[in-house]
Write a protein that binds this ligand. Structure first.
Ligand code: ZN
Length: 50
């Protein structure tokens, strides 16, 4: 689980920083708010904000 204000792509050889312009989905769950980001490389990274 990733827990950070600043997030980077999960893809092993990518490591680009992700920002709000790349956010494609926000979900509110009992564990917190999840944001899904789609990177330019095509990988989707999910973060959790409590
Ligand atoms: Zn990427």
């Amino acid at each position: 689980m990733i827990e950070t204000l600043r997030c980077t792509c999960e893809a092993a050889e990518c490591d680009r920083e992700l920002d709000e312009s790349q956010r494609m989905l926000t979900m509110e769950t009992s564990a917190g708010i999840r944001h899904a980001y789609e990177c330019e490389c095509g990988a989707v990274t999910v973060t959790v904000v409590r």
